[in-house]
Unconditional design. Structure first.
Length: 327
């Protein structure tokens, strides 16, 4: 690199040195800075480096801190765009995300590491474990998401294939070669899966599809069907865990220790009513579906449906059907 062009880039290289080579545990001296710049064919004098540091700190807003170690002065980037706990949170979310493949998770975590020093990035990757977690095997999910967003932003429909896996773990396409067509409204992350929610032409209603099971998504030239009344939050509540069913107002009773579990499922806006010293009740709209019954059943005798009668009967019938199938 010609030294003249290198001089023009000196401030950029200096900023990168502070971002990626320093943190509170790893301050750097001016002498070390000069050596790193020279490695990129950029000459710099000690006095000029101090001036550049002031420029980055005072004019550009970088939090460059100064400390003294004996007779020497060293500098480091105090706080960047993200704190390490924030990056750890992002990395953990990526690692735990079932809809992101193992390979993509590791690639993303590596990129998250570029938002901090190389020392903290190394610690970040050591602290996150991706292997052996339940992950999707669909590498195309990134492109699926990109295409869906493109359709949403342009107000167009999408067409796609939709599959499940057979006992040999081979893809089986629902409806054979027939392609699905829908008007995508939004993407939602629910119960560790990514869903595309929108108006499904064939059923003439709003529904959802797992993004990792969608394939060969194409943006149609046809305009999307619009629904100004659509509310993603209300939709997610109504389908209760992404399984549709008739909605009913239910009265439910739980042991007091289950309050956190109930708030996790129904939200923190629930109003628990004291039944006695050991139990509380809530009234909530729920879906009459196996998903709801399974959620209730996990608590055994510590959770009960007290109304309406038809929901109680449906719950009993579901349990009887499961027991009969086991005989």
């Amino acid at each position: 690199m010609p030294r003249s062009s290198g001089q023009k880039l000196k401030l950029l290289y200096l900023a990168d040195i502070f971002r990626y080579e320093t943190d509170e545990e790893h301050p750097i001296s001016v002498k070390e800075i000069i050596q790193k710049l020279e490695a990129n064919d950029i000459s710099a004098e000690r006095k000029a480096i101090y001036t550049d540091i002031e420029t980055l700190r005072d004019d550009y807003g970088m939090d460059i801190c100064e400390i003294r170690e004996g007779n020497s002065v060293k500098h480091f980037l105090g706080s960047g765009e993200f704190e390490l706990p924030e990056l750890q949170l992002l990395a953990d979310a990526v690692a735990c995300s079932k809809f992101i493949t193992d390979k993509k998770s590791k690639e993303l975590i590596k990129k998250i590491g570029l938002l901090t020093s190389r020392y903290q990035a190394s610690a970040l990757q050591r602290n996150v474990i991706v292997a052996n977690r339940v992950k999707t095997i669909n590498e195309g999910i990134y492109y699926n998401i990109q295409t869906i967003h493109e359709a949403i932003n342009s107000g167009k429909k999408i067409t796609f294939g939709y599959f499940r896996h057979d006992l040999k773990k081979q893809k089986v396409y629902k409806y054979g070669e027939e392609r699905y067509e829908m008007s995508p409204y939004t993407l939602a992350w629910e119960d560790e899966n990514y869903y595309c929610i929108g108006y499904y032409d064939k059923r003439e209603k709003i529904t959802h599809f797992r993004v990792d099971r969608m394939e060969d998504i194409r943006v149609s030239e046809e305009d999307a069907v619009k629904d100004k009344t659509f509310n993603v939050s209300e939709y997610a509540k109504k389908v209760f865990g992404m399984f549709a069913g008739e909605m009913v107002r239910a009265n439910l009773t739980f042991k007091n220790y289950l309050l956190d579990a109930v708030m996790d499922k129904f939200g923190t806006d629930i109003i628990p009513h004291k039944v006695d010293d050991e139990n509380f009740s809530v009234s909530r709209e729920v879906s009459m579906s196996p998903t709801f019954y399974a959620w209730m059943f996990q608590f055994g005798t510590n959770a009960k449906i007290t109304a309406p009668d038809r929901l109680i009967d449906a719950y009993k019938d579901y349990i009887k059907t499961v027991l009969n199938d086991m005989e």
